[in-house]
Design a binder for this molecule. Structure first.
Ligand SMILES: Cc1cc2nc3c(=O)[nH]c(=O)nc-3n(C[C@H](O)[C@H](O)[C@H](O)COP(=O)(O)OP(=O)(O)OC[C@H]3O[C@@H](n4cnc5c(N)ncnc54)[C@H](O)[C@@H]3O)c2cc1C
Length: 500
C-alpha cells in the first residue's frame, strides 16, 4: 500500500516512535508510521529490552498509578522512594554533570506520567524483583531506585504498542526506509522513502524522527566511537544505522550530546553480531560485581564493585573493549554461585568450570595463566575479611593495597567449583544525536527550530554522557516520543489552518 501524503509522518516503529504516533493521534492527527524492517523484525531495539524502567515515585500511591499491586505485595514489600532529586542526582552523577539540564528535567518530571499514559494504552507494568531487591527479615527490600519493569520485557511491550497502534487505526508501512527529508522554505514538508525498490516522496505537514542511534552502522561506530568499535557486537536490532540522524544533520540540525559515547555492556564473547530475538538480552553478563574480571594478561583492570550494577554496567562494556583482544573473563567461585543472574544459566554461554585455580587458568582461552594465578593470589590476600559481605548495600567490603581496587562485595576466589564467563563489548545504543528542545522540536545549527521536524528516542543527544542509569532509555523514549508526537500534530494542524 502506498501513502502519498500524511499530516504527521513518524520514522521508525520502536517505543519512541509508537508513543509519538499514539500521542499524535490523541492530539487529533492521522499519523503514518514508516519502518525500515520487515514485519517479522519489527520493534527495533525495543523488542530486545529486559524492560527495566526508572521513574519518580514518592509514595505507594505514585507506585500504584503505574503498577497493580497485590495485598501481599503491599504488606511485604518495601519499595522505598525514588524522588525527583534522586533521579536528577543519578543523571548528573553518572553523566559527569554534562546532561542537558532542560532535557533531563523534562525526562524526570514527566517520567511517571508517561508510564501512566502508556498504561492507558494497554502497556502493562510489574514489580522488577530480580536483581533489584532482596528478602531481609521476611520483607522484600528494593535497592538502586528501580522497582518496575515493562511486563513481559521487549516482546510484550512491543506487542502492546503495536496492538495500541492498530486499535488507534495508525497505519504502519514495513520495509519502508526513510532516506532524506524534503524542505520547503526552511520547513520540513516531506520524506523521501525507499519502498519496494522504488524511491519516492511522501508529503507531510510534520515529521517525527524516532529511528534509533547509529550503533548498527560499523562505519559510523568507528568514525565516532573510535578504532575497534567496528568489531564490537550490537545487542539489539541491526536496523538502527543512524539514518534518521544523518537525514536531520543534512538539513542543518545541530549535533548534540556525547558523539563518542555509547551504552555498552559486557556481552558474551561468542554472541552473534546483532541481537538474537530468542535469546534477547541473555548474552549480557551482569553479575560481574561479585566476580573478578581479568584480561588477556590475567590482570584485573577495573573496580568490579565500584557501585551497584545499575550504575556501572552501561560503561563497563567500553572498559572491556579497551583490553587486549577486546575480551575479559568474569571469574566466580562457589560462594557466590547462587547470586548469579539468570543470564548465566542460558544454553548459549561461553563458560568454563574447574575444580582448582590451576585447572581454571589453563581453560581461560587467550589468558596468560601465570598472570591469572598471580592476580588471584594477590587479590585473595587483599580482601577485607573484617567487613561483612552484604549484596544489597554498598557493603564496603573491598580490597586493601591493590593497584586496581575492588570497593564493594569483594570475596576471596578460593572455593571450588570455579566458573568463568568470557565477555566482549556489546553496544546497546549510541549517545550522540540531534538537539531537540523540550517540545521535541529539532534545533537547527543556527539555534532556531527547524519547523515541522521533531525527534525522540535513542537518536536525540544530550541526555547521556559516559554512562547511563538503568531503565532510563524506554522512559526517555516514552516521555519525548509523547511530547514530539503531540507537538507534531499541533504543528500539522496549524499548517493546515495556514498553509502559507
Ligand atoms: C538488549 C537490550 C536491552 C535493553 N534493555 C533495556 C531496559 O531494560 N530498559 C530500558 O529502558 N532500555 C533498555 N534498552 C535500551 C532501549 O532498547 C532503547 O532505549 C529504546 O528501545 C530505544 O527506543 P527507540 O524507539 O529510540 O529505538 P528503537 O526501538 O530501536 O526503534 C527505532 C526503529 O527505527 C527503525 N529505523 C531505523 N532507521 C530507519 C529508517 N531510515 N527508516 C525507517 N525506519 C527506520 C528501526 O528499524 C527501529 O524499528 C535495551 C536495549 C537493548 C539492545
Amino acid at each position: 500500500m502506498k501513502v502519498e501524503k500524511a499530516d504527521v509522518v513518524i520514522i521508525g516503529a520502536g517505543n519512541a516512535a509508537l508513543c509519538a504516533a499514539l500521542a499524535a493521534k490523541d492530539a487529533g492527527a492521522n499519523p503514518v508510521v514508516l519502518e525500515t524492517a520487515p514485519q517479522s523484525e519489527r520493534g527495533g531495539n525495543t523488542f530486545f529490552v529486559a524492560g527495566s524502567s526508572r521513574w519518580v515515585y514518592n509514595d505507594i500511591d505514585d507506585i500504584q498509578q503505574v503498577m497493580d499491586l497485590t495485598e501481599e505485595e503491599l504488606r511485604t514489600v518495601d519499595f522505598g522512594t525514588y524522588t525527583r532529586e534522586d533521579y536528577l542526582e543519578d543523571m548528573g552523577r553518572l553523566t559527569q554533570y554534562r546532561c542537558d539540564p532542560d532535557l533531563t528535567e523534562t525526562l524526570v518530571d514527566n517520567s511517571r506520567e508517561a508510564l501512566v499514559w502508556m498504561k492507558s494504552k494497554g502497556v502493562k507494568f510489574a514489580p522488577m524483583y530480580k536483581g533489584q531487591s532482596q528478602k531481609i527479615d521476611g520483607r522484600i527490600k528494593f535497592f538502586g531506585g528501580q522497582i518496575c519493569m515493562f511486563w513481559g520485557g521487549g516482546p510484550e511491550l512491543t506487542a502492546a504498542l503495536f496492538n495500541a497502534a492498530e486499535a488507534h487505526d495508525i497505519p504502519i508501512h514495513y520495509e519502508t526506509t526513510a532516506v532524506s527529508l524534503v524542505t520547503k522554505g526552511g520547513a520540513v514538508s516531506g520524506v523521501v522513502v525507499e519502498q519496494g525498490g522504488e524511491t519516492r516522496e511522501i508529503q507531510a505537514d510534520a515529521v517525527v524522527l524516532a529511528s534509533g542511534g547509529f550503533q548498527s552502522n560499523a562505519e559510523m561506530r568507528t568514525r565516532y566511537l573510535g578504532p575497534g568499535y567496528d568489531l564490537a557486537k550490537v545487542r539489539g536490532t541491526q536496523h538502527n544505522n543512524g539514518g534518521g540522524i544523518t537525514m536531520a544533520l543534512d538539513i542543518g540540525a545541530m549535533p548534540w550530546g556525547h558523539w563518542s559515547g555509547a551504552h555498552a555492556v559486557g556481552w558474551d564473547m561468542n554472541a552473534p553480531p546483532f541481537g538474537d530475538r530468542v535469546v534477547g538480552d541473555g548474552f549480557q553478563k551482569h553479575s560481574y560485581i561479585f566476580s573478578i574480571m581479568v584480561n588477556a594478561n590475567g590482570e584485573r583492570f577495573v573496580d568490579e564493585g565500584a557501585d551497584f550494577r545499575n550504575f556501572t554496567y552501561a560503561k563497563y562494556g567500553h572498559v572491556v573493549q579497551q583490553q587486549p583482544g577486546m575480551f575479559a573473563w568474569q571469574v566466580f567461585d562457589a560462594k557466590v554461585d547462587e547470586l548469579l543472574r539468570d543470564e548465566y544459566r542460558i544454553r548459549q554461554v561461553t563458560k568454563v568450570t574447574a575444580d582448582s585455580l590451576e585447572e581454571l587458568a589453563a581453560k581461560l582461552d587467550g589468558v596468560d595463566a601465570d598472570g591469572f594465578l598471580r592476580t588471584v593470589h594477590e587479590y585473595n590476600a587483599a580482601v577485607r575479611q573484617d567487613v561483612p559481605f552484604n549484596p544489597v548495600i554498598k557493603d564496603g567490603r573491598g580490597t586493601d593495597g591493590l593497584a586496581v581496587a575492588k570497593s564493594n562485595w569483594a570475596n576471596t576466589i578460593d572455593t571450588p567449583p570455579f566458573q568463568a564467563y568470557a565477555v566482549t563489548c556489546g553496544l546497546t545504543f549510541t549517545f550522540g544525536g540531534v538537539r531537540i528542545d523540550t517540545d521535541g522540536g529539532v534545533i537547527h545549527r543556527t539555534g532556531k527550530r527547524i519547523p515541522g521536524l521533531y525527534a525522540a528516542g535513542e537518536m536525540i543527544g544530550g541526555l547521556f554522557y559516559f554512562n547511563y542509569p538503568s531503565g532510563s532509555g524506554l522512559v526517555a523514549g516514552a516521555v519525548f516520543g509523547r511530547i514530539a508526537g503531540a507537538n507534531a500534530a499541533r504543528h500539522a494542524d496549524n499548517r493546515r489552518a495556514d498553509p502559507t
